[in-house]
Design a protein. Structure first.
Length: 69
């Protein structure tokens, strides 16, 4: 469940995290790594301040994807 301040910590910028909204209006953060690795909680306690599985969801720097000339 989301913490009172609404800050998910690292999960906010993680490629593995997905926001899930319940029918009752609660918001949860689902960790995709939990599907294949038992070290990760399906719904981690927030805020997550440190995580060995963290991968930035930010797009790659310009020029590292696509065609090269």
């Amino acid at each position: 469940m989301s913490n009172p301040k609404g800050d998910p910590g690292l999960c906010a910028a993680c490629a593995h995290a997905r926001t899930v909204n319940s029918a009752r209006g609660a918001t949860f953060v689902f960790c995709g790594l939990s599907r294949t690795d038992g070290r990760f909680a399906k719904y981690p306690r927030l805020p997550v301040l440190a995580c060995v599985g963290f991968e930035s969801a930010a797009p790659s720097p310009r020029g590292t994807q696509g065609h090269q000339r």
